[in-house]
Ligand binder design. Structure first.
Ligand SMILES: [Zn+2]
Length: 135
């Protein structure tokens, strides 16, 4: 009688032990995975304003490779620069980058959702437009 009651407790103890060991292992593995994030640190989009470094801004405008909005691909009229929403995309440890949009209300929120995607498109477009150095 006693044996029939006590025998089921042995597998139960085994499974509880296994469960605890699994939990301990997964808890240990969790932080290790977080140490290598798949995504780069998120940047912030800062509007160009009176506090923006004018020297930097002038250079960035001259060097800016696109005449189109990186989000919707609408053409941006370079001559109407005062009407173009300009932003600085700022990531810690990286140089600031100028970004121009055609439309504050529509394209800026889209950019913020996935800045890496649009910045990559910007770079790819710039690469195709930049003539090969003939040195
Ligand atoms: Zn746009």
């Amino acid at each position: 009688m006693n044996q029939r009651l006590s025998s089921p407790s042995l597998p139960l103890a085994f499974f509880v032990g296994l469960l605890l060991a699994t939990l301990a292992l997964s808890a240990h593995a969790g932080p290790a995975q977080n140490q290598a994030p798949a995504h780069a640190p998120a940047g912030v989009l800062v509007p160009v304003d009176a506090k923006t470094d004018a020297t930097w801004l002038t250079k960035a405008r001259v060097a800016y490779p696109l005449d189109r909005c990186p989000v919707c691909d609408d053409k941006i009229e370079a001559t109407a620069s005062s009407n173009v929403p300009e932003y600085i995309y700022r990531v810690a440890g990286k140089p600031d980058r100028l970004v121009r949009f055609c439309n504050d209300a529509e394209c800026v929120p889209s950019f913020k959702k996935d800045p890496d995607k649009y910045l990559q498109m910007t770079e790819e477009t710039a690469a195709t437009k930049t003539p090969v150095p003939s040195k």
